[in-house]
Design a protein around this ligand. Structure first.
Ligand code: FAD
Length: 605
């Protein structure tokens, strides 16, 4: 037995445990830095072989997503990768796949040294143990949708949960240790690597129930829950993480814990919006399911104003209309306020009939139509509903030739695998600038509407402002708001009527992808415009928080912005379950103990 094996035996932990124990502290070291492949202390080939055996052969040495286009640009592998560049399912299926291709002056995709393509919680635990014992940089990837590159770390060992995607519904779920404390509720248990489309297909299309997840169908379930998580109907059902009933998580000591409100309640709370990749590897989640409304629907239109003055009146009128008629659990999704004086409306509704939805919008569209000199519909109003059960029914949508969804056309792809046409622009995009802030509902009160309008117009002179109404919980049912209070997300979300997002990206810039280089001067100028637009909006919401998964990579105030008063409690959870800082991501809980690349513990830590 060599020294490494001795150490391994000394720190071996039982695979199942509950509650943080002295073992967590004993098993996690406070190493000063993590090793890279060039370091003499990097694990030997034998050690890697041992890990490969422990994970049933599922250890990969990945290449960059488009590496083949560098080595053999005319080869079949490069051709295949280029053909699938716009397919988010293909990207998600690649160990080095990231759904965005990087962020200007922030991060660029780079493969890990090794990837455990985990099939089970035991594989995950083997990877965690290996990284801890050999002092490696560890990174966790599910759906790969992190804008901030937090599932990407060169020279790391990655745990990739893609294959852990089993889904099972339960009519009466009761968390472990919760008998007598809670009543059983309908629920769905989902493997951490599943995508939301798989959950919607199982829960809504096949079983006629509802589970709150994300809007983008290819986002990973575990990543979104740990972000907080919003979908189109969150104004009706609340934040996705607020529906979490139980999770299985492998913590830094390699122990698999089943956590819920009755067992390990602190880490359970922290998983609900405390940010992915900071606390452990979630292997399975159980989420509450809800009765499905009879109808889901939407309203869309684009209106162009003929002058700045007319545009200001249009935005003011729309805000007043929103406050009066849409600020309720039925209506979510977005409106866009564009620099060229266009207002684009892409709203969705839950629980209204066709006639009810049409009646809601009639006065606003009539007001617009009454001033043809001032306003033109560049996209005609379209309001309607469909049976809610068909919303994510990709097979039915494909049969009737729907253009709203794009389908994974690869041979053997599951028929339910589709994505919204509206999300296509984000697949592989390169981010240039991004910011977000929760706008308090007080801005919808009487005279405040004028201030809000002025700020929206001022911001839109710099860049397009998107108002995501479904990502603010003011106007949602009290039960949804109450459940959100039991999460780690910045409480600003509860009092906000919308999350304002200001962002732009360019064409894919994956390393090795044969594309023209970005115009950096222009891109940096655009990024400053986004900063200016966000500053103009902050004039009316100076201390507004920001949604951690859709926010500014460079936000120096990230602890307060993401979690507000919840941050100290999150730090305490981190200290209990990961005292050695094995899990670290950009702007994650406790990440300021580490250098930006996550390899060096900072002296003050
Ligand atoms: C195109 C696009 C659309 C989006 N749409 C929405 C939306 O509609 N609503 C919304 O709320 N957000 C949305 N987001 C943001 C998204 O929810 C978050 O980025 C989320 O964290 C992505 O999860 P993932 O598993 O896909 O990504 P990953 O990049 O794999 O993971 C994200 C983070 O979670 C960690 N993580 C992943 N799996 C685990 C696990 N099993 N255990 C522990 N940590 C884990 C990773 O380490 C990483 O830090 C979108 C992002 C993109 C790129």
């Amino acid at each position: 037995m060599d020294r490494r094996d001795l150490l391994k035996a000394a720190v071996a932990m039982p695979f199942a445990a509950s509650g943080p124990t002295a073992g967590v502290l004993a098993a996690t070291t406070r190493a000063a830095r993590r090793f890279r492949p060039a370091d003499p202390a990097w694990p030997s080939p034998n050690a890697w072989e041992g890990l490969r055996r422990r994970v049933g052969g599922n250890l990969i040495q990945p290449r960059a997503l488009f590496a083949d286009c560098q080595t053999a640009p005319k080869g079949e592998a490069c051709h295949e990768a280029l053909k699938n560049l716009a397919n988010p399912y293909y990207i998600g299926d690649q160990p080095s796949g990231t759904q965005v291709s990087g962020w200007l002056d922030a991060w660029s995709p780079a493969p890990s040294a090794y990837v455990v393509a985990a099939r089970s919680a035991a594989d995950v635990a083997a990877g965690v143990d290996f990284a801890r014992r050999h002092n490696l940089r560890l990174v966790v990837k599910g759906g790969g949708h992190s804008y901030q590159g937090t599932s990407n770390a060169p020279d790391s060992l990655m745990i990739w949960t893609r294959a852990m995607n089993a889904i099972a519904l339960n009519d009466a779920f009761l968390g472990k240790g919760c008998a007598g404390k809670f009543a059983p509720v309908p629920a769905v248990t989902i493997g951490a690597g599943a995508m939301w489309m798989d959950a919607y297909d199982a829960v809504t299309t096949k079983a006629g129930r509802y589970v709150q997840g994300g809007g983008c169908t290819t986002v990973g379930v575990a990543g979104l829950i740990q972000s907080g998580g919003f979908g189109s109907f969150s104004k009706h059902f609340g934040m996705a993480s607020a529906s979490l009933l139980e999770a299985d998580i492998v913590t830094a000591d390699g122990a698999l814990r089943t956590v819920n409100a009755c067992r390990d309640p602190d880490i359970f709370w922290a998983l609900k919006g405390g940010g992915g990749g900071s606390l452990g590897v979630v292997t399975r989640l159980t989420l509450r399911t809800y009765d499905l409304p009879q109808f889901f629907g939407g309203a869309s239109a684009t209106i162009k104003a003929s002058s700045d003055d007319a545009f200001r009146r249009l935005v003011e009128r729309f805000i007043a209309f929103y406050a009066q008629s849409l600020f309720n659990p039925h209506w979510g999704e977005s409106a866009e306020i564009h620099p060229d004086n266009r207002l684009k409306i892409s709203m969705v509704c839950a629980g209204l009939t066709d006639a009810e939805a049409v009646a809601v919008w009639r006065p606003f569209f009539a007001w617009v139509a009454a001033s043809p000199g001032d306003f033109t519909f560049t996209d005609q109003p379209d309001v309607g509903v469909i049976a809610a059960r068909g919303w994510w029914d990709a097979v039915a949508r494909r049969k009737r030739g729907s253009k709203a969804m794009i389908f994974d056309a690869r041979p053997g792809a599951p028929p339910a695998h589709a994505w919204w046409e509206g999300d296509q622009g984000q697949v592989g995009a390169f981010l240039i600038g991004y910011d977000s802030l929760w706008l308090p509902a007080s801005l919808l009160d009487g005279a405040q509407q004028t201030r809000l309008t002025d700020a929206l117009i001022a911001a839109s002179r710099h860049w397009t402002v998107l108002l995501h109404f479904n990502k603010g919980l003011a106007g949602a049912p009290e039960a949804a708001r109450g459940a959100a209070r039991e999460t780690a997300v910045n409480p600003d979300v509860i009092g906000a009527f919308a999350l304002a997002i200001i962002a732009t990206g360019g064409p894919s810039q994956y390393p090795d992808l044969p594309v023209p280089p970005l115009d950096l001067v222009r891109a940096r100028k655009d990024a400053r415009q986004i900063d200016a637009a966000a500053a103009a909006l902050r004039a009316v919401a100076p201390s507004a928080g920001s949604y951690l998964s859709e926010s500014n990579y460079f936000n120096a105030d990230w602890r307060r912005a993401y979690w507000g008063a919840n941050y100290p409690r999150l730090l305490a959870v981190k200290a209990s379950y990961d005292p050695g800082g094995l899990f670290t991501v950009h702007h994650g809980v406790g990440s300021d103990d580490w250098s930006a690349d996550g390899f060096t513990r900072l002296a003050r830590a």
